[in-house]
Ligand binder design. Structure first.
Ligand code: FNR
Length: 366
């Protein structure tokens, strides 16, 4: 189908399934174990209903907002996802260019197919990029990487904390890579039969813990955000340890199956933070990723207190099917959906999106 026939985020996924190589589809689409958390991520949004306000002048709608101090076109960023070249020969650079076109932030993954410098070089001077960090067992490697990233102007360090061991993604494991392994999987000493994910992730340090945060703060001035927080207790810990934020995320349902979706725990996280001394709603940002597929999903997350949301698979699928134009269209579709939602909800700007605009009574009813 032509790109004009892509009307929403799901459309790109349907096309991607038919055009991606089997190993790429397996790696991008899989979740862990029974994929319950993966499905739950989007389904949880179906349990939140909207309480629209009418008779508000919504002629002019403003979707712009700030995330970690950067102004963006809408409260949405491209989250870090590994192995971009499985889906497109130019990999993450495609995402960089679309992010520039649409004025959204891109998070660069540690396990990008392109080198970190290539991805930074592809960005405009004015463009903001964050770094998703997998912490290496060899801290000197991590130290050097973080220092380099800071010099190159990275504006947020998102330390992934939900992956001391990679989840079992069985679809991915079933694909045998022995014959035509993607280029980025060369020279690693793990059996390719473990699937792409495990193959590339053996360096990740499972000993990472709260005491390490003071070290991170000693090596960088870049804001530190923990990506993959899944309880209010840990969000509070992150705040107490001087982090600038958290991403409520179960890694797109690819790590612990039966971990809750980020959106489901968002209200309790915000409640818990408000009880913390020193928290003022502005000195610590809460993000959500997982299952964001509609403008209304973004609206709901903002209403419940998120500063923004990340999208993973939709961008990969758009990139794999229609390249830069696809990712740009995806972001524009979500932007239009969010604008329409705001109009119909009676919210003129992002700060008008409030908790009393959503009904979460059924959020906990699975
Ligand atoms: C990811 N994700 C991820 N997270 C991370 O911290 N480091 C990584 O290397 C990756 N790699 C990765 C690859 C692929 C193919 C996917 C789908 C996801 C998780 C990602 O950042 C994010 O949490 C989820 O993708 C969000 O869910 P959706 O938007 O994919 O539903």
């Amino acid at each position: 189908p032509s790109i004009q026939e892509m009307y929403n985020a799901f459309d790109f996924e349907s096309v991607a399934k038919t055009v991606l190589r089997p190993e790429a589809w397996a790696y991008y689409s899989s979740g862990s174990d029974d994929e319950i958390s993966m499905r739950e991520n989007h389904n949880a949004f179906h349990r939140i209903w909207l309480k629209p306000r009418v008779m508000v002048d919504v002629k002019n709608i403003d979707l712009t907002t700030h995330m970690l101090g950067t102004q963006t076109a809408l409260p949405l960023y491209l989250t870090g996802t590994a192995l971009g070249k499985l889906g497109h020969p130019e990999g993450e650079l495609v995402l960089t260019r679309s992010a520039a076109e649409t004025n959204v932030i891109q998070m660069i993954p540690t396990l990008a197919s392109c080198s970190f410098d290539e991805i930074v070089d592809a960005a405009l001077e004015t463009q903001t990029q964050w770094l998703q960090l997998y912490v290496n067992s060899d801290r000197e490697i991590t130290n050097a990487f973080v220092n380099h990233a800071e010099k190159r102007g990275i504006k947020g360090l998102f330390i992934t904390v939900d992956a001391p061991q990679l989840g079992r993604r069985e679809k991915d494991m079933r694909v045998k890579y022995s014959d035509d392994a993607p280029e980025e999987m060369e020279q690693k000493d793990v059996s390719r039969n473990e699937g792409a994910a495990r193959y590339i992730s053996t360096f990740i340090d499972p000993s990472l813990n709260w005491n390490d945060l003071s070290w991170f703060k000693s090596i960088t001035k870049v804001p530190i955000i923990l990506k993959g927080v899944q309880t209010s207790a840990d969000a509070v810990q992150a705040f107490r340890h001087g982090c600038q934020g958290v991403v409520l995320s179960n890694h797109g349902g690819r790590q612990l199956d039966f971990a809750p979706s980020g959106i489901e725990i968002l209200p309790e996280v915000i409640d818990a933070l408000h009880k913390e001394k020193g928290f003022n709603g502005e000195n610590f940002e809460v993000y959500v990723d997982g299952g964001i597929r509609r403008g209304s999903d973004i609206f709901k997350a903002l209403a419940l207190g998120a500063s923004g949301v990340g999208i993973g698979r939709p961008a990969l699928f758009a990139m794999s099917t229609y390249g830069q134009a696809g990712v740009t269209r995806l972001i524009q579709l979500l932007q239009e959906e969010l604008a329409m939602n705001m109009r119909l909800m009676g919210a003129k700007s992002i700060k008008d999106i409030k908790a009393d605009m959503v009904d979460t009574r059924n959020l906990k009813d699975h």
